[in-house]
Design a protein around this ligand. Structure first.
Ligand code: ZN
Ligand code: ZN
Ligand code: ZN
Length: 119
């Protein structure tokens, strides 16, 4: 790993497809990763297809199809330009409530606290 690079994001073996979460109806299809089709974590936004992808999903995807270390949009966008979530997007992501999947914990966690809960 190069210096200053973000640590890979890990959900510690949590199965994302099994996560139960509450999000505002109007945002529900915007917060789904275009690769794993689950709630997006550590999102990057492709400005060509206007979709979110988990950074990890993109890294895995790009590794398979790779050219150097560039990230590639799975929708084959000609211009792949990824940006971080904007302040507004972070706002609505942070409104998501996720139910802790670890039985018997019944905590409902904020999106931004979710990862820390498993450390
Ligand atoms: Zn994903
Ligand atoms: Zn794209
Ligand atoms: Zn818990």
């Amino acid at each position: 790993m190069q210096q200053g690079e973000k640590e890979p994001f890990s959900l510690n073996g949590i199965e994302k497809s099994k996560l139960e979460y509450i999000a505002e109806e109007k945002f529900k299809n915007r917060i789904i990763c275009g690769i794993c089709l689950c709630l997006v974590f550590d999102p990057l936004f492709c400005t060509s297809c206007s979709k979110f992808y988990c950074r990890n999903c993109l890294l895995n995807y790009s590794e398979k199809t790779f050219i150097e270390r560039n990230l590639h949009c799975p929708l084959k966008c000609k211009v792949t330009n990824f940006r971080e979530a904007s302040v507004m997007e972070k706002d609505y992501l942070n409104c998501i409530q996720i139910k802790c999947p670890n039985f018997p914990c019944e905590e409902c966690l904020n999106y931004c606290d979710f990862i820390a809960h498993f450390k």
